[in-house]
Ligand binder design. Structure first.
Ligand SMILES: Cc1cc2nc3c(=O)[nH]c(=O)nc-3n(C[C@H](O)[C@H](O)[C@H](O)COP(=O)(O)OP(=O)(O)OC[C@H]3O[C@@H](n4cnc5c(N)ncnc54)[C@H](O)[C@@H]3O)c2cc1C
Length: 348
């Protein structure tokens, strides 16, 4: 790198997997990286909480052998020896398909990416919500509000937004993005997710994942410990993963009401489940959890220097498999970082 050249500045909105992969890659390339995250913790959908003596995801996650971009990232950051593979316990022939999990949960991946970013001089600001992106003649300004109602403006040459496409449109309203692109981004609709994670004294079934047609809104039951073992969780971990529209009363229900509704629904399938079998539980709500459609046009770069690295646009990563999974998300982050790095290495 030319020692005379000022480092290029990148502001990344969101400290989920996409934001952290971009942060790791670009800080390695010499960028001055600033990440802003509205929550108090990193990981986004992949965030973890302490459960017993272990870190455990708030929403259930596993790896597949076909997750090429993700597995290659894991190898690159030196964590491949931490991935353990298990029989999936899916029905029939698929039961020996392998699913992967980290010895210490996915938090090892999140923490490693954060470590790499900070080692390369990057910064992460938590409890910092971006309310507007504006453009000057040579740079962008990302305006944020802090939870103590303070303000923070970040000047940068590039901005990468990793949240939902709809949120992107609302914070970029002052930018000269063509109307047809804004419309297409606004047309991407999302389902919200409401998940219950329980630690139970005993297990109620031998399967790992059971997809549900009924009872709604529970979409699947994930018996995490059936596949990955009880480790130091202090019991059997079961997730009930629900998908809702925000007009559904469940979206605004209290945690206790959701818990009661989910357990009642679960009893229809497993009548022997008792509340006294539940040692602890936690509800996680995510407004923009799964995108319902993927646009045909590449909307990832609506303006020079501005990128949308959002799961719903993951079709435009290199794997070309639009899906609500980590692998295409990592592919898209790789593609965007490659484009930015190429711009920076081109002679001006
Ligand atoms: C129920 C469920 C189960 C899943 N299971 C699997 C699985 O088993 N395997 C798999 O491969 N994938 C799975 N996935 C998909 C996986 O979770 C996602 O692909 C991945 O975590 C997406 O990461 P991301 O960084 O793109 O988005 P997110 O994790 O959503 O991160 C975006 C971040 O941006 C922040 N943000 C948004 N707007 C702002 C703003 N204005 N200001 C500041 N910060 C902002 C958010 O707080 C968030 O932290 C699952 C998803 C769901 C919903």
């Amino acid at each position: 790198m030319d020692p005379e050249k000022q480092p290029f500045r990148v502001c990344i909105i969101g400290a989920g997997l996409s934001g952290l992969v971009c942060g790791m890659r670009l800080s390695k390339k010499g960028a001055k990286v600033t990440i802003v995250e509205e929550l108090t913790y990193p990981g986004g959908l992949l965030a973890s909480t302490r459960t017993g003596r272990e870190n455990l995801e708030l929403i259930p996650h596993h790896l597949r052998k076909t997750d090429r971009a993700l597995l290659s990232l894991i190898k690159e950051v030196g964590l491949d020896d931490k991935v353990e593979w298990y029989d999936s316990l899916w029905y029939g022939k698929a039961s020996h398909k392998k699913v992967g999990y980290f010895g210490d949960g996915f938090s090892v991946l999140i923490n490693r990416l954060i470590q790499d970013i900070t080692d390369n001089g990057g910064n992460i600001h938590y409890s910092t919500t971006v309310c507007e992106i504006s453009a000057g003649p040579d740079s962008y300004t990302t305006s944020c509000v802090l939870t103590d109602s303070g303000k923070l403006d970040i000047e940068s040459d590039y901005v990468i937004f990793t949240g939902s496409c709809r949120s992107f449109v609302s914070i970029s309203h002052g930018l000269p993005i063509p109307l047809n692109i804004k419309d297409q981004l606004m047309n991407i609709t999302y389902k919200a997710s409401v998940s219950l994670m329980m630690v139970m004294k005993t297990k109620h079934t031998d399967v790992y994942i059971r997809q549900m047609k009924d009872p709604v809104p529970i979409k699947r039951i994930v018996n995490h410990t059936n596949c990955f073992g009880t480790r130091g969780y202090g019991g059997n971990v079961v997730y009930l993963v629900g998908e809702v529209n925000i007009s559904d009363p469940l979206w605004i229900a209290s945690d206790e009401e959701i818990m009661a509704a989910y357990v009642a629904a679960l009893r229809k399938t497993y009548p022997s489940i008792k509340k006294s079998n539940i040692k602890s539980w936690r509800i996680t709500k995510v407004r923009y959890a799964t995108s319902e459609k993927y646009p045909d046009q590449d909307l990832t770069n609506p303006l020079e220097g501005l990128y949308v690295c959002s799961e719903s646009l993951s079709k435009f990563g290199v794997t070309d498999t639009p899906e609500n999974r980590m692998d295409p998300v990592v592919s898209l982050a790789n593609t965007i970082c490659r484009k930015i790095s190429e711009k920076e290495t081109k002679p001006s």
